[in-house]
Design a protein around this ligand. Structure first.
Ligand SMILES: Cc1ncc(COP(=O)(O)O)c(C=O)c1O
Length: 427
């Protein structure tokens, strides 16, 4: 990975809009000084700019509604599942997608209208499907014929469904998050989808509304979407087409993702060419709604070495799996000395050499006790947080106009011990 030296303005461009450096040199996000947030909530800490997320949802909604009025949008909630985020999305007037009972429970707790929930999953158990049916989930996406068997058995009333189609499109992204290519575990290839559709057309309980395709995540070009839409268009005319999510975001200086407007324009242009004019279009972005508006705050614990020079922080792969899983590149700064500096290996505290948050992070004179802010961590970091080395998962704060509110508390030692029912000792 080439090291890019960027100036302070470039660096601030990776933080939520409106982020600034105070006269005393402290980085401010969502109107809150990061130093104050660390003092109040501790580190590691996920900081989200609430107004920026709301504005982004508005941008997508406006762009979609203006171009294809018979449309709706759902937040792919795996990008940031917590009750407050579900509530925020409901307040902004959009639905959510869920994959599994945990996300469904949080969505319901967050006040999401069940009719606006889309349920996904390539291994939905009977119990999960029953929960979705009982909750009145609006759309269930059929991934396989076992879903059909189970739903036929469980449904007591008509249940709208979509069929997830594998369009045979491999976008240019990390292998782990490419989902549209033949051989992917998600959905049904076109011939099998055709058979499932034929079966569903004769179902007494399941109402086939249409088809779904989601080709992957962190996709930085619009081009593969037209091919995916072409593939699903060949399956016949339906009332609903769910075109998935996947729009990539700018993690580092060399990333140039399409804007939400350009992405939606490309989807709609392909839909105009291929899909029925009166069909409903659903989009389900996740990462692009939240990633750029999140920052992870760490404290530097130790600095050592000459070549390489290491700066080790109090978090790592327990709160950011994106690096270890995909090799995603992030950028960071010392919160009180923003921008510039020299390359450091920004590493975590976990017992693996792969626990390296940023190789060649440009940091200005990191010292123990300094705060490090890693930008663009608003998607899939909180999601995949784990307890490696007994790490206690970080809290989440929403910032708005200089105020911060805790929406997920830090895990405690008591939480860690709570699930261990016995150490085998008698009595
Ligand atoms: C079915 C489905 N829809 C939407 C998304 C959202 O993707 P992204 O967060 O890249 O927008 C995902 C995530 O991979 C997904 O699995």
């Amino acid at each position: 990975m080439p090291v890019e030296i960027a100036d302070t303005a470039d660096l601030l461009g990776l933080f939520p809009p409106g982020s600034r450096v105070d006269p005393d040199g402290e980085l401010v996000v969502g109107g809150c000084r990061l130093a104050d947030l660390a003092a109040e909530w501790g580190t590691p800490l996920y900081v989200l700019d609430e107004a920026a997320i709301r504005a982004q949802v508005g941008r997508f909604r406006q762009a979609l509604g203006a171009r294809w009025p018979n449309s709706r949008m759902v937040f792919a909630s795996k990008a940031f599942p917590c009750t407050a985020m579900y509530r925020l999305m409901a307040e902004e007037g959009i639905g959510v997608d869920v994959a599994g009972p945990g996300e469904l429970a949080m969505a319901l707790a967050g006040g999401v209208d069940p009719g606006r929930i889309v349920m996904h999953g390539n291994a939905k158990t009977g119990a999960e499907l029953r929960m979705a049916l009982d909750a009145g989930v609006g759309l269930i996406v059929i991934d396989n014929c076992d879903d059909i068997d189970r739903l036929e058995e469980l449904a007591r009333a008509e249940q709208p469904v979509l069929v997830r189609v594998l369009p045979g499109v491999r976008p240019d992204t990390y292998e782990a998050v490419a989902t549209g290519q033949l051989g992917s575990k998600f959905g049904l290839p076109v011939p099998a989808a055709r058979a499932a559709i034929a079966r569903l057309r004769h179902s007494g309980k399941l109402r086939l509304d249409g088809v779904h395709a989601h080709i992957g995540s962190q996709i930085l070009s619009v081009e593969p979407y037209a091919r995916a839409i072409e593939a699903i268009a060949g399956l016949g005319d339906f009332t609903t087409y769910n075109l998935g999510g996947g729009l990539g975001v700018r993690y580092t200086y060399g990333d140039h993702p399409p804007s939400p407007q350009d992405w939606i324009e490309a989807l709609v242009n392909a839909a105009r060419d291929r899909l029925p004019r009166d069909a409903q279009i659903i989009i389900e972005p996740g990462r692009s709604l939240v990633a750029p508006f999140g920052v992870t705050l760490y404290q530097v614990v130790s600095v050592k070495g000459d070549d390489p020079r290491f700066a080790a922080v109090d978090g790592g792969m327990a709160d950011n799996m994106e690096v270890a899983l995909y090799g995603q590149r992030f950028e960071a700064t010392i919160a009180s000395r923003v921008g510039g500096g020299a390359p450091f290996e920004l590493v975590g505290r976990h017992c693996e050499s792969g626990d390296r948050l940023i190789s060649g992070a440009i940091l200005r004179d990191p010292r123990p006790g300094d705060l490090v802010a890693v930008a663009v961590t608003g998607a899939y970091c909180h999601t995949m947080a784990n307890n490696y080395n007994g790490a206690m998962r970080p809290p989440v704060v929403f910032c708005h106009d200089g105020e911060s509110r805790l929406v997920v508390r830090r895990e405690t030692l008591a939480d860690l011990l709570a699930r261990d029912v016995s150490d085998g000792a008698p009595g």
